[in-house]
Design a binder for this molecule. Structure first.
Ligand code: ZN
Ligand code: ZN
Length: 323
């Protein structure tokens, strides 16, 4: 919520500019571990760039790639753990899997039905056509897709941190008390729907480039939420969000301190619009780091209303008779 945690709340450790995590790994090994996110990103771009048409058109390919990315990053958490306090347990993993399944089923269906299909209808009825986009180099198309998605998400996310009704939908994501590979999918369903909206359906990109842009977002935001001790080099972290940037966005220090680094994948948008902040936080959460159950995450936006009704009933209820 928008109240700062009590002063007794744990103070997050904020590292300096060099992010001194994983110093015990030895020089060469650190460099290699730091290169895992950019290497994964390159692998995903190569996959979609080289995939035969039949593979691109197969309806499950995007899901398989998404799950493979998540499994890869989750596996890295076990080998190159960043913070012991973020270690996955059964309860956390079960919650994370629940939200991944929800995102790939109900949320995906809602987005397709309520947003993408109507956008395609509007596009067709207005005669909007951008076939020239397909002539652009594959990587340029994929980068444009990623940018279009991220630009919308940046403003939606920033709005969520600046308008209380929207914050109520986003707060459950900030109530997570540890970061893991699948945590990007965790949140209230209204928020998950709102953050999935984009204008990509209005444009005639090569379908492989659209899938590539989506998978690139999956890789970057996956690593940005993961308990992996990779600190990618500047050529990556200048443009793309890393765990350092995003853990600071999740800091338990205060609500005000979370109002930075909104870019889910493109931190460069924060740099341009003045919301970038340097640092890192190992202690994450909201409201004295109260972990919410799935039920509490679902009900969170309605809780003020429910509390108000309960309080009203309490006032109007007849006074108990004295014996
Ligand atoms: Zn946020
Ligand atoms: Zn997050």
């Amino acid at each position: 919520m928008d109240q700062p945690p009590a002063s007794s709340a744990p103070q997050p450790a904020i590292a300096g500019d060099d992010g001194a995590v994983g110093q015990d790994l030895g020089g060469i090994k650190i460099t290699l571990v730091n290169l895992i996110p950019p290497a994964t990103l390159a692998a995903v771009v190569l996959f979609w760039g080289l995939a035969p048409e039949a593979v691109v058109e197969y309806p499950w390919t995007l899901v398989f790639v998404g799950v493979a990315i998540m499994a890869w990053i989750q596996g890295l958490e076990g080998v190159f753990e960043r913070h012991e306090g973020w270690r996955l347990n059964r309860r956390e993993f079960a919650t994370d899997v629940f939200y991944v399944v929800l995102s790939y089923t109900a949320i995906a269906w809602l987005t397709s039905t309520l947003a993408d299909k109507p956008l395609v209808s509007i596009k067709e009825s207005l005669g909007i056509a951008t076939p020239w986009l397909k002539q652009l180099p594959f990587l340029v198309q994929a980068a444009l897709v990623l940018f279009l998605i991220e630009f919308g998400q940046y403003w939606m996310h920033r709005w969520m941190h600046n308008w209380h009704p929207l914050w109520l939908t986003h707060a459950p994501h900030h109530h997570i008390t540890q970061l893991n590979a699948l945590k990007g999918a965790t949140g209230n369903p209204i928020e998950l729907f709102l953050i999935s909206l984009s204008v990509v359906a209005l444009f005639d990109f090569d379908p492989a480039a659209v899938f590539c842009g989506l998978s690139m977002g999956g890789v970057i935001s996956g690593f940005a939420h993961a308990n992996v001790r990779s600190d990618p080099p500047r050529f990556y972290s200048f443009f793309f969000t890393t765990i350092r940037h995003h853990s600071l966005h999740h800091t338990a220090l205060s609500y005000e301190d979370t109002r930075c680094n909104y870019g889910n994948s493109l931190i460069v948008i924060d740099r341009v619009f003045g919301t970038y902040r340097e640092g890192e936080s190992s202690i994450v959460g909201q409201d004295e780091r109260k972990r919410l159950s799935i039920y509490e995450q679902f009900m969170f936006p309605f809780q003020p209303l429910i509390d108000g009704i309960k309080a009203g009933r309490g006032k109007s209820a007849p006074a108990p008779r004295s014996p």
